[in-house]
Design a protein around this ligand. Sequence first.
Ligand SMILES: NC(=O)c1ccc[n+]([C@@H]2O[C@H](COP(=O)([O-])OP(=O)(O)OC[C@H]3O[C@@H](n4cnc5c(N)ncnc54)[C@H](OP(=O)(O)O)[C@@H]3O)[C@@H](O)[C@H]2O)c1
Length: 318
Amino acid sequence: MFSTARHLLSTPNRRLHNLNRSLLLPVLFQSRVSVLSSPFPASFKMSTSAMAKRLEGKTIVITGASSGIGRSVAFEFARTAPKNLKLVLTARRIDTLNEVAAKINQEVGDGVKVLPVKLDVSNPNEVRAFVPGLPDEFRDINVLVNNAGLVKGVAKAPEIAEEDINVMFNTNVTGLINMTQAVLPIFKARGTEGGAGDIINIGSIAGREPYAGGSIYCATKAAVRSFSESLRKELIATRIRVMEIDPGQVETEFSVVRFYGDKAKADAVYAGCDPLTPDDIAEVVVFVAGRRENVVVADTLIFPSHQAGAGVLHKKST
Ligand SMILES: NC(=O)c1ccc[n+]([C@@H]2O[C@H](COP(=O)([O-])OP(=O)(O)OC[C@H]3O[C@@H](n4cnc5c(N)ncnc54)[C@H](OP(=O)(O)O)[C@@H]3O)[C@@H](O)[C@H]2O)c1
């Protein structure tokens, strides 16, 4: 039921090690102490049940929910608050979203209402029509997870295809900004303190440490970082939380997309590595959304244990 607690309790070494590398260290350290020092992990269970209560009744929009991190985030929210939650899952592949929705309900039951919506975030007209097109019961959005994103190619300037430049900026930057602007009026109208709601932006280590062969992708993720920081400052007088999560290497369809569908090239990226799974990132996304209203986990960097930078990866010899 409380999957985050279950994961933390059942995989003591690798996952705690990975999470300790993030800026969540102080908060998780407390949880870890209670797990290790108490003969009964009841105190820990109580804290996750508080998290479930905070999430209950909320409406959560996830972009890029048809695959990888976004798909895992949908499952993790559903498992954490299975009694009363609304999920709006968006991506371009509607058939895949329908399958994800069915699997979620199969697993957690119908306490979680799931609405799959076909949405290309790189198309401003589709984003503009998104909120007005939602059924009333899904329109009171509490959490927006801006996850849709992609990388194309490894070309270096001046060989970078214009089409790739445009698709990366239109999706990772303009799409994320347009989604945020579409949802913010709902947040700003909520409560008496200038608004309330969560914007969780999925950035990347690439936004902090640019690398050769990734200039455009890195630039888009640096833009996400700047936008997130500006927005947090603009919303300082409200209860709207802007939180960024920057993953290192995660094994998803990401590299298959980067290499235009060449699975062999994508597999080679992960050879000899022990990358993060999308579930590892999903646990952190749900964790930050599940904090008390006055807690903003503003910025989080998450590596697998073999990684210490954008290009600093230890590969085991095979
Ligand atoms: N994997 C990594 O190593 C890694 C590391 C750091 C950050 N990230 C970031 O994590 C996020 C998720 O990536 P992932 O690793 O989970 O890759 P993924 O498995 O390829 O998933 C990407 C998701 O984005 C969606 N998407 C792409 N273009 C879209 C568009 N124009 N409109 C709507 N949805 C779109 C895809 O759905 P459709 O194709 O159905 O539209 C898919 O659901 C991205 O922002 C990525 O930059 C990934």
